[in-house]
Design a protein around this ligand. Structure first.
Ligand code: ADP
Ligand code: MG
Length: 138
């Protein structure tokens, strides 16, 4: 059993499709073990995406991620990190496989509906960024 960190991004909360996104994750074999709807501050988004701060899209990404509410969540399951990335699909929806969240729902390479941790190590860091241990209930 593994845990990973997931965000339903502002493009999805704006279109009221959080349930559809969560359904894909659940149908894909993952279980939501922690969840909250928040509006990220600019400082939170800057720190969360600090790894991308030299990238040309960083400022736009921070603006986008603070443009509306998001749903932050912890997902649990077998190979949860890799499984979540499979269910999400490629970063750019035009490269994403049919049936993935990003192919079905993403608006653009930036407004691509979901975030998912890219490694077990980052999953632990990202979970700790938004959740206390007693907020995670398996
Ligand atoms: P992923 O979310 O698939 O792990 P990255 O970690 O590379 O992708 O990028 C983080 C986020 O930054 C993406 O999900 C997307 O919202 C945004 N992003 C990535 N590449 C671009 C780009 N070329 N132009 C605009 N936004 C981008
Ligand atoms: Mg990433």
């Amino acid at each position: 059993m593994e845990r990973t960190f997931s965000i339903i991004k502002p493009d999805a909360t704006r279109r009221n499709i959080t349930g559809k996104v969560i359904n894909c994750l659940e149908e894909g074999g993952l279980r939501v073990v922690a969840q909250k709807r928040i509006h990220m501050t600019e400082a939170q988004a800057q720190e969360f995406y600090a790894v991308h701060k030299e990238r040309p899209f960083y400022n736009d990404l921070v603006s986008f991620m603070t443009s509306g509410p998001v749903v932050v969540q912890v997902l649990e399951g077998e190979n949860a990190v890799v499984r979540n990335r499979e269910i999400m699909g490629a970063t750019n929806p035009s490269d994403a496989d049919a049936g993935t969240i990003r192919k079905e729902f993403a608006e653009s390479i930036e407004a691509n509906s979901v975030h998912g941790s890219d490694s077990l190590e980052n999953a632990e860091i990202e979970i700790g960024f938004f959740f206390k241990a007693d907020e995670i209930v398996g």
